[in-house]
Design a protein around this ligand. Structure first.
Ligand code: ADP
Ligand code: MG
Length: 269
């Protein structure tokens, strides 16, 4: 078997789309769980004040005194904000609603767009040996999402298979271009993944055809099907890969992880 670990430091992927409810958090949690199945070490950073990724990975609200807010705003040490999950190799920096005021609190901070970048690259992070860091973004193109894009090597965009799905993409791409011009010239689009895909639904088929016509290779071959097991898993604080390992949703996220890993092996050499 190939050694998939990353001696050059973690690959940082921002999971972003300013639309809510398109599958960002679901993709973050389950892609992380699928990467961990390969023996990789993965850190999830919850940058959404709603804290859904934190809840979905079993971090109780009462355990969230040190969070991504403290990491960004108070310079908290990594070891204080990183929480282990019930899964070997998978940790999370959780979020609470405190994070919603960060935008305003940081307005006069000159380094406000670089806070996550700097936090993830401090030497204290090296000891953890992450292979991947997945950043779950809020449903907005605000300062938090910009922080994720400035910190990241690439962005992964979940696209819900529904009408108007492609509409928001141009706005997102404008923000990517701006971040490239000002702060992170190397930011890549890792790929666009179709979520909540229903192959019996014409609309899903149409969105897929449009996405592949317009975006070509940027669209992952893997599609995440609409699958009730995927939506049930968070209420048990489990990735669907643990909740129902043989479900279609679990298998799709494994396929997505495989595609991501093989893409990265091709581009890193
Ligand atoms: P976002 O983080 O973009 O706001 P979520 O990941 O929270 O979106 O997903 C929105 C809702 O859709 C959640 O209730 C989630 O459980 C559900 N969902 C996401 N992906 C799937 C899927 N493949 N099948 C069924 N339900 C899904
Ligand atoms: Mg979310």
């Amino acid at each position: 078997m190939h050694d998939l670990s990353r001696p050059d430091g973690p690959k940082i992927v921002a999971v972003a789309n300013q639309k809510g409810g398109v599958g960002k958090t679901t993709t973050t949690i389950n892609l992380a769980a699928a990467l961990v199945e390969h023996g990789l070490r993965v850190l999830v950073v919850d940058l959404d004040p709603q804290g859904n990724a934190s809840t979905g990975l079993g971090i109780e609200r009462s355990d969230r005194s040190q969070t991504s807010y403290e990491l960004l705003v108070d310079d908290a040490a990594p070891e204080d904000v990183i929480h282990s999950t019930g899964f070997e190799g998978l940790s999370i920096i959780p979020a609470t609603v405190d994070l919603s005021s960060a935008d305003i609190e940081l307005v006069s901070n000159e380094k406000r767009s670089f806070l996550l970048h700097d936090a993830l690259r401090q030497t204290a992070m090296d000891a953890f040996g992450w292979d991947y860091i997945l950043v779950d973004c809020p449903p907005s193109l605000n300062l938090l999402t910009v922080n994720a894009m400035v910190a990241a090597h690439s962005i992964l965009v979940p696209l819900q298979s529904e009408f108007f799905a492609l509409e928001g993409l141009s706005q997102l791409m404008l923000t990517v271009r701006e971040v490239r011009q000002t702060a992170n010239p190397k930011l890549r689009i890792e790929g666009i993944v179709l979520t909540m895909f229903d192959r019996r639904n014409n609309l899903s088929q149409q969105v897929e055809a449009d996405a592949r016509d317009n975006l070509g290779d940027l669209v992952f071959e893997t599609k995440i099907p609409r699958n009730v097991r995927v939506s049930e898993a968070p209420s048990f604080a489990l990735p669907v890969l643990s909740y129902d390992s043989n479900s279609q949703g679990a298998q799709a996220y494994r396929d997505l992880a495989n595609e991501l890993i093989s893409k990265n092996n091709r581009t890193s050499t």
